[in-house]
Ligand binder design. Structure first.
Ligand code: SAM
Length: 193
């Protein structure tokens, strides 16, 4: 079975474009088969963005597991930040490049397994993480990402109750962890080291 995080050249491309209005700005996104949330902004991503956009974020930001690019592109358009977007899925990275151009933002886009190819540090990391990779890999991705936060940096993530939100909170309790929002079973969490 193909998952959205695999690189499948065999998977037929069927680009589907959609538009979404955030903070009164209309964004246009191209999505495709084999990439998370084809044809629409995922509700978890939307809720994560709504919470992050309320904050006065600036500086260097990492969109970890960027998919077709919604999080990094929307934050870049609405905030004064320097954005790096990474994913392992080549098709997602290609869509992110097209979507950044379409929405008029300049972002850095790189192929990287988590932060493995990243030396930089960030003021904020924002992620709708890949749950389907399994708990061990998910925890590795988040733990490694936390090492790339500047002092006073913050990592924001969305996770659903049925995907283990409560055990995630328990397992990461050595960090400062807050529940910023909870809606329709989605938890928006903030972690600080
Ligand atoms: C739940 S999706 C979120 C996509 C996008 N940020 C959004 O909100 O629509 C998780 C993303 O993580 C990516 N991913 C999976 N494993 C990864 C890894 N090891 N390193 C970086 N990204 C990964 C997937 O390809 C996928 O695009």
């Amino acid at each position: 079975m193909e998952h959205y995080f695999t690189n499948s050249d065999n998977l037929k491309s069927e680009i589907k474009e959609f538009k979404v209005k955030i903070s009164n700005i209309e964004f246009t996104f191209k999505t495709d088969n084999g990439v998370f949330s084809k044809g629409e902004l995922d509700y978890g991503t939307y809720l994560l963005l709504s919470n992050v956009l309320k904050l006065d974020i600036k500086g260097r930001v990492l969109d970890l597991g960027c998919g077709y690019g919604a999080i990094g592109i929307i934050i870049s358009k609405l905030k004064n930040v320097k954005m790096l977007m990474v994913d392992v899925n080549k098709r997602a990275l290609h869509l992110t490049k097209m979507n950044a151009k379409e929405n008029g933002v300049i972002v850095d886009i790189r192929e990287s397994d988590g932060v493995s190819r990243i030396d930089d540090k960030f003021d904020y990391i924002v992620t709708n993480p890949p749950i389907r990779v399994g708990k061990t890999k998910l925890y590795e991705l988040i733990n490694d990402a936390l090492l790339h936060l500047n002092k006073d940096g913050e990592l924001f993530l969305v996770i659903r109750k049925e995907q283990g939100a409560k055990s995630f909170i328990k397992d990461f309790s050595k960090y400062k962890i807050d529940i910023l929002d909870r809606n329709k079973g989605f938890y928006i969490l903030r972690l600080k080291t």
